[in-house]
Structure formats: C-alpha cells, structure tokens
Design a protein around this ligand. Structure first.
Ligand code: G
Ligand code: G
Ligand code: MN
Ligand code: NA
Length: 257
C-alpha cells in the first residue's frame, strides 16, 4: 500500500520525473508536440506509473502539489527546449490534469498563469488533457470551468475519448479543442471492422465540430496508414516513438524540425 507519507517524501526528495512522448502530424510526419508523462522512482518498489499512485493522490489531495510540480517541470522543460532550438516554439506540450485539479479551476488557472509567466511561454503552447470523468464528476461547473480555461487560451484535450459513460451532447456545449481517441480503439483497428467504424465516426464528429483529433496507442504501420488515410490529424504511440527523456526529446526536436 502506498502511503501519503511516501508521496510527501517523494516530492521533497525529487523522486518524480517526467517522460515526454512525441505527438506527430499524420499528414506531414512532422513532430507536433509532446505529452508529459509522470513517473515515480520509488526507493523500494522501483519505477511506478501514475496508475499506481494517482488514485491515492486524488484521495489525499496530494494531487494538487504533485500536479503543480508536473506543470512547473513540464513548462520549465519546454522553455529549455525553446532556448536551445527555435523550432520548439511551434510545439505543444500536453499535460494530464486530474479530476480534482480540474475542479479547482481558479487555483489551476492562477498556478498556470504564474508558471507560464515564469518560463516566458504562451498559453497556446500548453494543452491540458482531461478525461470524460473529470467532466462528468464536475458536471454542474464544467461549462464554466472550461470557459475560463478557453478564455485564457489554453487548449483542452479530451483524453481516452470513447471509453467513458458520458453523453456526446457536451461536445458542443463545452469549450473543448481536441479529442484523443483511446488506444483501445487504435489497438483493434487492424482486427475489427467495428473498431474502424467507431474511429471513422469519431473523426467525422471531430471534423464536424472543428476539433483536432489525435489517435493514441499507434503501434503498427497499418494503424498509422489507416488513420492518416481516414483524416486523423495527429498520432501518438510506441510505433511512432516511445516516451523519451528530456535529452532524447531535444535530439528529436533538433533532428526533425
Ligand atoms: O504513462 P502511463 O501509461 O503510465 O500513464 C498511465 C495513466 O496515467 C494515463 O491515463 C495517463 O493519462 C496518466 N498520467 C500520466 N501522467 C500524468 C500526470 O502527470 N498527471 C495525471 N493526473 N495523470 C497522468
Ligand atoms: O491515458 P493516457 O492516454 O494518457 O495514457 C498515456 C499512456 O499510454 C502513457 O503512459 C504511455 O506510456 C502509454 N502509451 C503510449 N503509447 C502507447 C502505445 O502505443 N501502446 C500502449 N499500450 N501504451 C501506450
Ligand atoms: Mn494523457
Ligand atoms: Na492520456
């Protein structure tokens, strides 16, 4: 069992780090940005994924300092890349935001505003990834929360799209900029007609609502080719690139742009 004290210590002792998974244009093949992915190098348990500890963080409220650390770390990194390569200015950085962080939008906005200012970044360089359940858990306030983020010119990306128990009606009601097709659909593209039908429908929906669409979990050439031929603009997955450390990410920025 992971204890709250473990997590507090982890922040103090800098046991967290970020990896950066590239996101590419499926049209041009160019690097479009990165998704920051949190990792915890636990002294006894080894490398932990957010799946192992984000739940405890949510319950204890520690997600707020941890989430703030992620935002500040990711933005500091983007600034370094921008200083070392002018090409990095065109890239976006996607950061996952948990349900509880999302529900405290005023605090989230002031945190983000001061971080962007500290690292001399534009709001348009940052995308916030939220899940359908973050919206559903904050249904009464979600419209206002998303409007506030939109007014500040942050992009909102709906993560794991298609897996939640949500209604499609919120897509036009709420200020969302991007849909991320869950990797469960991508994984079945090669095998199942039904998955191709669903993904085609998501892409058509995104186009009709002028949303960007990203496919997650692309592992094979045929998945990439099918998605690109069917109008999916952006892609991410082990078949394009594994998550990279900051140095490897810089090498990619310098090589491909
Ligand atoms: O990177 P990995 O496959 O282990 O991610 C597992 C889950 O953790 C994914 O759902 C991902 O969105 C989430 N995740 C990754 N980084 C962060 C983070 O910084 N904050 C939050 N809240 N979730 C994250
Ligand atoms: O829930 P979310 O989409 O944010 O999950 C992101 C996680 O998915 C990352 O932690 C990353 O490790 C994982 N991931 C990224 N690309 C692939 C892939 O191609 N296949 C699988 N199985 N997982 C992936
Ligand atoms: Mn994500
Ligand atoms: Na995600």
């Amino acid at each position: 069992l992971l204890l709250e004290s473990d997590l507090r210590r982890a922040l103090e002792r800098e046991e967290f780090h970020l990896l950066y998974q590239p996101i590419f244009s499926l049209i041009t093949g160019q690097l479009a940005g990165f998704e920051a992915l949190l990792r915890w190098q636990h002294p006894e348990r080894g490398l932990l994924s957010p799946l192992d500890f984000v739940g405890v963080c949510e319950e204890t409220g520690l997600i707020l300092p941890v989430g703030e650390w992620v935002l500040q770390q990711a933005c500091q990194q983007l600034q370094r890349w921008c200083q070392l390569s002018s090409a990095a200015q065109q890239l976006t950085l996607s950061v996952n935001v948990s349900t509880r962080q999302f529900s405290q939008t005023t605090q989230l906005l002031s945190t983000i505003a001061s971080i962007l200012q500290a690292f001399d970044l534009r709001p348009g360089q940052l995308k916030l990834e939220i899940t359908e359940s973050a919206i559903m858990d904050n249904l009464n306030s979600a419209e206002q929360l998303l409007k506030a983020l939109r007014a500040y010119k942050l992009s909102i990306s709906l993560d794991d799209f298609g897996t939640g128990y949500s209604s499609l009606s919120y897509l036009h009601q709420f200020a969302i900029d991007e849909l991320k097709i869950d990797r469960a659909f991508t994984a079945r593209l090669d095998a199942a007609d039904s998955s191709r039908t669903i993904v085609s429908a998501i892409i058509a929906l995104a186009q009709a609502l002028s949303l960007t669409v990203v496919a997650e979990g692309i592992e094979t050439v045929s998945q990439r080719q099918w998605l690109s031929a069917n109008g999916c603009q952006l892609g991410q997955g082990y078949g394009l690139s594994y998550p990279l450390d900051a140095t490897q990410a810089l090498e990619l920025i310098q090589k491909t742009t």
